[in-house]
Design a protein around this ligand. Structure first.
Ligand code: B12
Length: 222
């Protein structure tokens, strides 16, 4: 079998939400000489892209499929990346959590899977995160980006969410050092809303989040 065969088998497995089969495909591929780098960049990340297209453009995938694709990507990259010939440089660090008052977790978890697959160190702050904690944790972990997930209009636009994080960054004169990226259903329903709540940018889905955050991190580097 060649790389294309493994790509096909892996895509089938994640679309079937079959974690064990997906992991077996990866293990078989590596036993047959596919490099760990090709596993991540030719198999796992393109499968995430396919899934996002399936869910957002063609509407022929569901939430469970999306979720499992990201979870499997997270597992595979955790196992395979340490086997890279040259350890890829971590692109940067992000702290990410769900806004105060918001307990929705799925979107954030998927985003974290995608970030890790892109060698971005993502620290999960959990749900219902107070604004001060976003900033304190970003400073403590020297993260260049705060990611805020908000699924409800009031947690996206309310005084205890992104607006307050922005205010604290301003008060502590951290605006140039730490950027804010937002996402979640509330922002998907109103794509310009990130500006009114004081975020630097936003992303509509986890794959785009990975790309947007990677670009921001690269810009932030001296
Ligand atoms: C599943 C769900 C729940 C589950 C949550 C389970 C869990 N563990 O997460 C349960 C049942 C618990 C729940 C509870 C509630 N929910 Co609810 N829920 C949903 C639902 C159906 C799907 C959300 C979801 O997981 N989507 C799938 C993920 C993958 O998508 P996503 O979150 O958008 O994330 C993607 C992107 O947005 C982006 N992204 C996400 N986060 C981030 C962060 C960053 C930094 C970036 C860059 C990108 C990014 O990437 C993700 C992956 O591609 C939505 C409807 C909807 N259309 O979104 C309602 C919805 C969000 N819920 C809603 C409401 C009202 C509630 C409740 C108040 C209901 C109630 N009366 O109790 C409670 C609130 C609880 C609370 N305080 O948080 C409303 C909000 C309405 C509004 N206008 O504000 C919605 C929109 C449903 C509706 N149409 O009314 N909910």
């Amino acid at each position: 079998m060649n790389l294309d065969d493994y790509v096909k088998l892996y895509n089938e497995a994640v679309f079937d939400t079959n974690r064990d089969r997906a992991l077996k495909v990866v293990h078989d591929a590596m036993e047959q000489g596919v490099s760990p780098e090709d596993v991540v960049f030719q198999i796992v990340l393109p499968a995430m892209d396919l899934m996002v297209d399936a869910i957002s453009k063609n509407f022929d995938a569901n939430l469970a499929q999306h979720f499992m694709t990201a979870r499997i990507a997270d597992m595979v990259t955790a196992e395979v990346v340490p086997k890279f010939k040259k350890m890829p440089k971590v692109v940067g660090r992000v702290v990410i959590g769900t806004a105060m008052g918001d307990f929705h977790t799925l979107g954030k978890r998927i985003v974290i899977g995608c970030l890790k697959a892109r060698m971005i160190d993502a620290i999960d702050l959990g749900v219902n995160v107070p604004a001060e904690r976003f900033v304190d944790e970003a400073v403590a972990h020297e993260a260049a980006i705060i990611g805020i997930s908000a699924l409800m209009v009031h947690t996206a636009t309310g005084e205890n969410g992104c607006r307050k994080v922005r205010q604290i960054l301003r008060e502590r004169q951290l605006q140039d050092k730490i950027k804010i990226v937002v996402g979640g259903a509330a922002f998907r329903f109103h794509p310009q809303m990130f500006k009114t709540v004081g975020a630097d940018t936003w992303a509509a889905d986890a794959v785009t989040a990975g790309k947007v955050i990677e670009n921001l991190l690269q810009e932030a580097q001296p």
